[in-house]
Design a protein around this ligand. Sequence first.
Ligand SMILES: N=CN[C@@H](CCC(=O)O)C(=O)O
Ligand SMILES: [Zn+2]
Length: 425
Amino acid sequence: MPNVLYINNAAELITVKGYSDIPAKKAAMSEIGIIKNGSVLSKGGKIIAVGTDEEIRKEHQDLIDQAEIVDATGRIVTPGLVDPHTHIVYAGTRENEYAMRLDGKAYMDIMNAGGGIHATTRATQQATSAELYEQSKNRLDKMLLNGITTIEAKSGYGLTTEHELKQLEVAKKLNKDHQIDLISTFMGAHAVPMDYKDNPEVFVDIVINEMLPVVAEKNLAVFNDVFCERGVFTPEQSRRILEAGKKHGLKPKIHADEIEPYGGSETAAEVNAISADHLLRASDKGIQMMAENDVIGVLLPGTAFFLMAEYAEARKMIDSGMAVALSTDANPGSSPTLSLQFIMNLGCLEMGMNPKEVITATTINAAHAIDAADRIGSIEVGKDADFTMFDVKNHLMLSYQYGMNHAHTVVKKGKVVVADGHIIK
Ligand SMILES: N=CN[C@@H](CCC(=O)O)C(=O)O
Ligand SMILES: [Zn+2]
């Protein structure tokens, strides 16, 4: 049978159309292009018609006769969810640190004492590629079951050339093997290894002169990211690393102003980063600069939730004209969740976003944050046939019934990969 798929009669087909060239900002973030009783037809993995059943049948009855049919009656269909900030390839877990934090220890103090990112780095360095692959694949399966069809995946738990490459190679293999697409980011500047604590500049030089060239040469990453935070990398060091990445064709991203206002947002604007992520403590000036320079704010409310910190000011950012995206930040230390639906719930309940904005933030704006909005993030003719069907009668239910997995069916490039909550092998 040709790869023809017809999703028919969704209570709401949420297209999020019209923002493939430029991300949705301000009021446009609430325009999600709902078609009531909507249908979508795809062939060869690409969308070829979007509308009501009647409209599509008028032109494509022959094709529908050959199609695999997914009946979406009573359910909603969105673009496959896009998670634009993850650290999915790692080994081990850190529930011991979670318990320490519940006893009052600070996240950064645990890291500075050799735990935190350093603990996961040790586990990741010790793991074989096969072990890393298995652990990460297991997480990807859960993400797929949650309706996620594309993610960004960072390195940064290797922190030596050898182990950064190992992480990126595993991400590359997972991208090939798994239903979820992975778009890789090099993040050699995720932490200053303990051995370089007194000489961070030496490590910055290693990132720039040793790691970046080989990552670029092997074509293992699209983006280059830095953790710009007091005690990690300064704005000046971050700028150097991100500018060096640009010379190798890697687009800048930055972990900015997560723990305290430290100039990361301003640096993002100055280096023309595609996104600045976290932004819990971004300054008003930083928000203005990011809005003026079209830096997408990738907000990670799971991290604020899990670190029991103040949330990023999403409302202020959207009203200032920043395009906002949402992400899990999936990692073992500050956000061990794989549920973008819970992140959407938090966006509404804790950051003043409305239920339409959180859909835009996990579809088209998330796609822009990983430079993939020409292919994914909306249901429009010519785009990849990536869809998630949720077992709810309207989009409000997604954020109303919180903390649950509503994903019922997932389609990747025109193929049903999850049906009735189970992965199709
Ligand atoms: N903040 C820096 N990096 C990750 C956390 C990594 C970890 O704790 O293992 C983040 O985005 O939250
Ligand atoms: Zn992160």
